[in-house]
Design a protein around this ligand. Structure first.
Ligand SMILES: [Zn+2]
Length: 452
């Protein structure tokens, strides 16, 4: 069973799911106001690896990740470019999924958009006001954080110490600097929805608590995001759920940030942001996945020309091994080496130790080459198959693997047409046909993807 570090506990524990064999996962997604950068890429890769490994381990994964399509930053950009906020959100959301597809990330099972849940958010805010834990001011509705007894649980700080460290904003309207906006009253030329407090829009923290509970239900298994979201975003989501007496996420997972040069955190204000589109011009997108795998998900990673080119050359060793599977004698054994597979899984189950797991696989690549060189092709093939299976389990495909036959690809295209026509029964039959032929079917933003 997977042991995962829980931010609330501060240590790792085995992940016992709400329903056996099924895991519900809510990952805070993107605010679509600009082109995605390598920090976003790491985010998507980390949770793609987690999800794929859970699926490889036999779980059905309910993967929900939201899109924040109304927000101060979107509105600011729309004003700058003299365009409508919806246009900005649509454009950058499309760019987002394009980039994630290039990185080989699976599409989340469900992608709620904030603007589609405003009614439920208004209901939640009204409930909080009725309970006396939220108050209206001239510019919005705020949540009283002192009303939640264990506020600071995720930050591992008391309310008093959070208060002393709080940035004092120039906002006289709040009763306490840590209180946060549930509803923002509309200023002129801003998008708005009707509410008991007049036209306005919901705050970001309210969006995720409403959408995660609406789609995954109380006590869903795992809530994740970047370490920069622990406080205040996740603390504030949780505070709202606690205030209305609902059980929120059972476990919390957070990943580390991307550092650009010399340990500097990457940020737009530092001007050292590398866009994913720039990364794709410089290197094989698979190299970035490997770089992410070679770092522990909770540690920061350094993305530089050197770390990327090291990953690219490691990748070429994987590709070279996969092409050796066509050497004569490889079919004398149909086995896949079980030890490599087991050690890989053990490492992954230990808080997703992907650096340890990839080290195991690169050692197996070395041993496979030794076997091939010694004319023990069937032994080399056993190891090579295990390496390809394990890398495949975390979304890294070797080039040079046998091509998928045209007839199978055609089944995939027919499935896409059926899905486009909302004929899901036919799509399911076609999926079963492809699986029966020994292939794996994946849904990606670009449609059905078939692999061995
Ligand atoms: Zn969120």
């Amino acid at each position: 069973m997977l042991r995962l570090h829980d931010t609330a506990l501060g240590w790792g524990e085995e992940l016992e799911t709400r329903e056996p064999g099924r895991i519900s996962l809510y990952i805070c997604g993107s605010t679509v106001y600009g082109p995605p950068h390598i920090g976003h890429g790491r985010f998507s890769l980390v949770y793609d690896v987690l999800r794929r490994f859970l699926e490889y381990s036999g779980f059905v994964v309910d993967h929900v990740s939201n899109v924040t399509d109304v927000d101060d930053k979107i509105i600011a950009r729309a004003n700058e470019e003299r365009r409508r906020p919806e246009e900005i959100a649509e454009q950058y959301e499309a760019e987002w999924w394009d980039a994630m597809n290039t990185l080989g990330c699976l599409l989340p099972g469900r992608i709620p958009h904030a603007t589609a849940f405003v009614e439920q958010m208004v209901e939640l805010i009204a409930e909080l006001v009725a309970l006396g834990v939220a108050y209206e001011t001239s510019d919005g509705v705020y949540f009283t954080v002192s009303a939640v007894e264990d506020y600071g649980l995720l930050a591992h700080q008391s309310l008093a110490s959070l208060r002393s460290g709080a940035r004092v904003e120039v906002n006289e309207k709040k009763r306490s600097p840590l209180d946060f906006a549930l509803w923002k009253k509309a200023k002129p030329a801003e998008p708005w929805w009707a509410s008991p407090w007049g036209p306005g829009r919901p705050g970001w923290h309210t969006e995720c608590v409403v959408m995660s509970l609406a789609l995954l239900g109380e006590g869903f298994d795992l809530h994740g995001g970047g370490q920069d979201l622990i406080f205040p975003h996740h603390e504030n989501e949780r505070a709202q759920a606690v205030a209305i007496g609902k059980q929120f996420a059972r476990r919390w997972v957070h990943h580390g940030m991307v550092e650009a040069r010399g340990g500097e955190k990457m940020s737009k204000s530092l001007g050292n942001v590398l866009l994913l589109s720039e990364l794709f011009e410089q290197s094989d997108p698979r190299a970035y996945r490997l770089l992410v795998l070679q770092s522990h998900y909770r540690a920061p990673i350094e993305v530089t020309a050197t770390t990327l080119s090291d990953a690219a050359s490691a990748l070429s060793r994987l590709d070279a091994l996969s092409s050796r599977l066509s050497e004569p004698g490889t079919l004398d054994s149909e086995r896949t080496d079980p030890d490599v597979r087991n050690v890989f899984a053990d490492k992954m189950q230990d808080d997703l130790d992907t650096p340890g797991a990839t080290a195991v696989l690169f050692d197996a690549i070395r041993r496979a080459n030794v076997a091939f060189d010694a004319r023990e092709a069937s032994r080399g093939a056993e190891l090579a198959r295990a390496v390809l299976e394990c890398f495949g389990a975390v979304g890294l495909e070797a080039k040079g693997v046998a091509e998928i036959p045209e007839a199978v690809l055609e089944l995939g295209r027919r499935r896409d047409r059926a899905r486009a026509g909302r004929d899901f029964a036919t799509a399911d039959v076609l999926r079963a046909e492809i699986v029966a032929l020994g292939y794996i079917v994946e849904d990606t933003p670009a449609g059905t993807r078939i692999r061995r």
